[in-house]
Write a protein that binds this ligand. Structure first.
Ligand code: MG
Length: 345
């Protein structure tokens, strides 16, 4: 294979705010692996919370270039070979694992979900995420994307219940809420009752990631299911989430790609946990990788590319939350823009 790296700044359609930060554009790194005239693409966004920059990911990937020059046999095998060198950079590992899958499927002439023996006949619809803002702006954002079956509302403000109550006046869609670690246990338990009455289906990560005792209490006393996000990063976290949370939100960049994500899904199922896969604010490259997992999921949050003002690829897209697969093998990705060299000064 041949490795190429493309860096982009993805401009967002609207400033996106969650409980701990606000962004107007999202730096991202696209990994290209080429073999036998086919190119596979994978993606990892930079992330302040988890401490990954484009430069760091690019340097780590250049470090494993010799291993990538071998012929691709199977993505899972490549993942195991790269993992020792990239164990401290799951974001880079994720991008290269997605690219290997996209390439592998393209070389085989089939979408990855089919190569895994799955069918897209029954798959969950994606939510559309509404970041924190003035209440009237949040209503306007939802109305701009009207007709979606599910909205995910970012909370962690002084007026959380008021926000949901106001949004509820404008739609009968399902709501889910994500506090991104912004609540106390008492708030979470009290809010859960009111939110249930407002048609919310679950609460994502109400408390800080390491508050396991408080999280367990919320899990027991909440009127709504609690889904782990910041508390469920890697494969070894899944078992710890059972008995505390009712489900987990897997993110490909956090765990290191499709290869470990599939193992986490299998383990979560065995433990009776609901399974969601979430996105960062990535382009269609990352979203198309997530889409391959859809037949295995209860919930999905894959609206990253919808939040962008400008995309860098074609592939899987969403029509009001419904996933539309392209007639392209692998993850279905075609890059349509050229990025910059991530290590150029
Ligand atoms: Mg979340």
């Amino acid at each position: 294979m041949q490795l190429r790296l493309h860096a982009f700044d993805l401009p967002l359609a609207h400033t996106f705010t969650i409980s701990r930060e606000s962004i107007t554009s999202q730096p991202t790194l696209i990994v290209e692996l080429e073999q036998d005239g086919q190119s596979g693409y994978g993606e990892a966004t930079s992330n302040q919370y988890y401490g990954f920059t484009i430069e760091r990911m690019a340097r780590d990937l250049i470090g494993v270039r010799p291993q990538l020059e071998a012929t691709l046999r199977e993505p899972g095998e490549l993942w195991s070979q790269l993992r020792p060198a990239l164990k401290d950079d799951p974001f880079a590992l994720c991008a290269v694992d997605q690219a290997a899958h996209d390439l592998w499927g393209k070389l085989k002439g089939q979408p990855n979900y089919k190569l895994w023996g799955l069918s897209t006949e029954k798959i969950p619809a994606s939510d559309y995420t509404i970041g924190i803002d003035a209440i009237e702006t949040m209503v306007a954002k939802m109305n701009e994307f009207s007709g979606w079956p599910i909205y995910k509302i970012k909370l962690g403000t002084e007026r959380d219940i008021e926000i949901v109550r106001e949004l509820r006046k404008h739609t009968s869609a399902v709501f889910r809420v994500d506090a991104n670690c912004g609540w106390t246990a008492e708030q979470a338990i009290a809010y859960s009752v009111e939110l249930k009455g407002l048609g919310v289906e679950f609460i994502e990560q109400p408390l800080k990631a390491d508050r396991w005792e408080d999280l367990a209490r919320v899990g027991r006393e909440s009127a709504l299911p609690i889904i782990a996000d910041e508390s469920c990063i890697v494969e070894s976290d899944v078992a710890r989430c059972a008995g505390v949370f009712q489900g987990i939100n897997i993110k490909l960049v956090k765990c290191g790609g499709l290869t470990p994500a599939r193992r986490m899904i299998a383990e979560a199922r065995k433990l009776g946990l609901k399974v969601m896969v979430g996105c960062m604010t990535e382009s269609t490259v990352g979203i198309s990788a997530i889409a391959q997992l859809l037949p295995l999921l209860d919930y999905v949050d894959m609206d990253g590319a919808v939040l962008l003002a400008e995309d860098v690829a074609m592939g899987v897209r969403l029509e009001r939350g419904r996933c539309v697969f392209p007639d392209v093998a692998g993850n279905g990705v075609k890059l349509i823009r050229t990025g910059r060299d991530p290590l150029a000064q």
